[in-house]
Structures are given as structure tokens and as C-alpha cells.
Write a protein that binds this ligand. Structure first.
Ligand code: HSE
Length: 437
């Protein structure tokens, strides 16, 4: 058997502790599969005295992760600190610069600095591996980079944030408020330290930026991702979606279009029959449309210590075996610049919830403004409680929900401005994009 692979781990939170436990529990199987044993020889974390449920007594302790990254007592550096700058970036750069392979779960850092880090890894002929950065335990990086190498990919879309899926699922199934569901997600440890990263769609955008590069051979460009969060989704939207045969999910979508690869994160209506609609709670799902394989959906745990550690350990095992792929599937110089496509150019179906003054002519005016712009309606729904006999017509605003066939976002926004100008609308319209199978 070859020499042991000596691993240094920086960051001993839930994931770091789980990685140490998993490497220990699977040490024999990993050694057999890799042809060498894997040993943790150095660790670094902020607080040495914290109880973590793992014994690090026999492992060299480094107060500074950069010193661990440079130490000649390790061959491979595992970064589980988090954050898109600071010690995470400094220690990864130090490890790569000193010729060590790196494994990281840090999606925010990769979304911002993935290209420069991949370039550095290439220059030094070492690996930069990040399976755990997207969708936790789902092996989506390997699937896109290696498993689907014989395909041309048309679209990748996923429910990539467990916190959002948990909130939307509980709101839909239990009729609970957004605020209560978020508080539960935080209590259960699903949410990021700052939950606006989750509910504002930024965590999904970081993950999507990585998937787009792997799927389409483009340079990571997180600024090119159009981002909307789930804060505006109401119980009324979830109920209407249900009645119309849809579910609402926060999706990250990367899609080949005539103008380039569109990248967007937003609440999305998906048909209830679609695979992604079945995935409830904290679980993640990713669907890939590709020419040879057609449609492929991967479902699994997107967060949590053991699930994320499973992905980290898979990368460590690859490096132990000597497997070193170009981090984003191609040399950095061969990655194309990502297109920046304004969301106004997006084409698809739309759900529109209007709050309408219930007067004669309101429905006709809405339909006219849509027809003037060649927007075709798939369905239109107005549900008022039945009026009592003899009661005068009420002027209380009522919800009117429209589903359109495919049109452009610019056209929808123009039509809604015209509807607003007609004076029948009492509140800002709710607009949710539809993603079809
Ligand atoms: N906060 C993330 C989520 C954790 O809710 O999915 C994994 O990135």
C-alpha cells in the first residue's frame, strides 16, 4: 500500500466533526478503495476547548488555518470554515500555493473566487474539489462533470436550499405563516447564520453559479444570476397554485437560450406531476435535461453534518486515489464568458395574482390588456363567496388569478402596467414564473 494521505481540516463545526467521524468509521473501506490509508494529521478551529463529540487529542492543533494550510505535515487541506473572504480564502490560497490539493464545501467563496482558485490549482497541478458545496450529499458535481460528459445539457434546475423548501412545504401543507416556519428552520439548524442568504435566494444563486459552469462550460459569474427570494410568497399564492395543479418552489434555473445561458433564482410554479414538485421539506432536488439521457432528477439531503461529510469524504477519497479533474470540467482558459441576460428577455408561462375592484368591466379590461400584447391565457380564476340574495354588489377587492401560456417577461410587465393604469387594481400584482417539464 502507498503512503498514507495526510489530511488537515480547518473548521470543526457540524460538518468538520462529521468528516472526522466518517473518515474514522469508514477507514478500512476507504483504505481498500483508495489503495492507501487516510489520516487526519492536523486540525484548526476558533475554539480549542469546545466539546464536538470527536476526539482530536492526538491530532496536531493549529490556531491559524493558514499555518495548517502551509504545514508540511499535511498533503491535503480541507476548508470547512465558510465565508467568501477572510481565513477561508487565505487558507485555500496558501494551501494551493504550497502545492497541496484542497477540498472545500464553500459555495459563497467558489461563486466569488472559483475561477482564480481553479487557475491556481491548475498552475500547481493539484486538485480543487467541492462536491459538498452544492446540494450537500447529492453527488451533483460529479454527475455534471463526469457522469454526463457524453451529453449536451439544455437545462439544469433545482430546489437547492433546504430552508426555503422547508418553509414553502410547511406553509402549503399546514397553512402556517412564513415567519413561524422560518423560526422553526433556524431552530432546527437548516438556515445559514444570516437567514437572508437562504430566503433572499443568495445561497441558491451561489450554488447555481457553480452548477452553470459545470453544465455549460462557462466561467462562474454570480453577478449574471437574476435573484429573487421567497419573502413575497403568501398562503393565498400557495392555495391558488394548489387549485391550479402547481406547487411553488424556490428554484435555481440555468437554461440554454438563443442569447446564451440564462441564470435565474426565483419562486417558481412547477406542475404537481413534475419530479421536483414531489420533494418536500429540507430535501434538495436537481433535474437535468440533456440530449442523450433526456431527463435526470437527483433527490437527497442538501444539508446536515453527515450528508455534507459524505460529499467531502468522496472528494478526499478521489484525491487519495490520484484522481484530479479540472475543477470546472475544462481548463479555466477554455471556459466561455457567461452571458448576462436581462430577466425581461425570459420567455415562459406566468402566474399572475391580481387584487381587483369587483366592478363591471374589470375582467374585460384585464383580458383586453393581455390580448393587445398577444398574451394567451391558459386559465383565469376569480373566487368570491356567493353573494346573499338582494345584497348590493360589494366593492371589496377580490383575487383574480391568471395563468398565461409562454410569453416574454417584458411583455407581461407592459401588460400589467396597462392594467394598473386602468384603475381596477387595488394592490401590487404578484407575478410568479412557471417552469414546465
Ligand atoms: N442553508 C442551506 C440550506 C444549507 O438551507 O440548504 C446548505 O447549504
Amino acid at each position: 500500500m502507498s503512503q498514507a494521505l495526510r489530511v488537515g481540516i480547518a473548521g470543526l463545526g457540524t460538518v468538520g466533526a462529521s468528516v472526522i467521524r466518517l473518515l474514522d468509521r469508514q477507514s478500512q473501506a476507504l483504505a481498500a478503495r483508495s489503495g492507501r490509508s487516510i489520516t487526519v494529521t492536523g486540525v484548526s478551529a476558533r475554539d480549542r476547548s469546545r466539546e464536538r463529540g470527536v476526539d482530536v487529542a492526538g491530532i496536531d492543533w493549529f490556531d491559524d488555518p493558514v499555518s495548517l494550510a502551509r504545514s508540511d505535515k499535511i498533503d491535503l487541506f480541507v476548508e470547512l470554515i465558510g465565508g467568501d473572504e477572510g481565513p477561508a480564502r487565505a487558507s485555500i490560497e496558501a494551501a494551493l500555493a504550497s502545492g497541496k490539493s484542497v477540498v472545500t464545501a464553500n459555495k459563497a467563496l467558489l461563486a466569488k473566487h472559483g475561477m482564480s482558485l481553479a487557475r491556481l490549482a491548475e498552475e500547481k497541478n493539484v486538485a480543487l474539489a467541492f462536491e459538498a458545496s452544492v446540494a450537500g450529499g447529492i453527488p451533483i458535481v460529479k454527475t455534471l462533470r463526469e457522469g454526463l460528459a457524453g451529453n449536451s445539457i439544455e437545462r439544469v434546475y433545482g430546489s437547492l436550499n433546504g430552508t426555503c423548501n422547508y418553509i414553502l412545504s410547511r406553509m402549503e401543507l399546514e397553512g402556517l405563516s412564513f415567519k413561524d416556519c422560518l423560526a422553526d428552520a433556524q431552530r432546527l439548524g437548516y438556515a445559514e447564520a444570516d437567514p437572508t442568504f437562504d430566503i433572499g435566494g443568495f445561497d441558491t444563486a451561489h450554488k447555481l453559479a457553480i452548477l452553470t459552469s459545470l453544465a455549460f462550460g462557462t466561467a462562474i459569474d454570480a453577478e449574471a444570476v437574476h435573484v429573487e427570494g421567497i419573502e413575497s410568497i403568501t398562503l393565498a399564492d400557495l392555495k391558488s397554485a394548489d387549485e391550479l395543479g402547481y406547487r411553488i418552489k424556490l428554484l435555481g434555473v440555468a437554461q440554454r437560450t438563443a442569447g446564451g445561458i440564462e441564470q435565474r433564482v426565483h419562486p417558481t410554479m412547477v406542475p404537481k406531476s413534475s419530479a421536483i414538485a414531489q420533494v418536500m421539506g429540507v430535501t434538495n432536488a436537481v433535474t437535468i435535461d440533456a440530449d442523450a439521457v433526456k431527463e435526470l432528477t437527483l433527490v437527497g439531503p442538501g444539508a446536515g453534518g453527515d450528508a455534507t461529510a459524505s460529499a467531502v469524504v468522496a472528494d478526499i477519497a478521489d484525491i487519495a486515489k490520484g484522481i484530479r479533474s479540472a475543477p470546472f470540467g475544462l481548463p479555466v482558459s477554455a471556459l466561455e464568458a457567461a452571458a448576462r441576460i436581462p430577466v425581461q428577455r425570459h420567455e415562459g408561462g406566468y402566474y399572475i395574482r391580481l387584487t381587483v375592484h369587483d366592478r363591471p368591466g374589470a375582467a374585460a379590461a384585464i383580458a383586453t390588456r393581455m390580448a393587445e400584447r398577444h398574451i394567451s391565457l391558459e386559465s383565469i380564476m376569480q373566487r368570491n363567496p356567493p353573494a346573499r340574495r338582494g345584497a348590493p354588489p360589494s366593492d371589496k377587492p377580490v383575487p383574480v388569478v391568471l395563468i398565461t401560456y409562454a410569453t416574454s417577461e417584458g411583455t407581461i410587465r407592459q401588460a400589467l402596467e396597462a392594467v394598473l393604469a386602468d384603475g381596477y387594481i387595488a394592490e401590487k400584482p404578484q407575478v410568479i414564473r412557471i417552469e414546465r417539464e
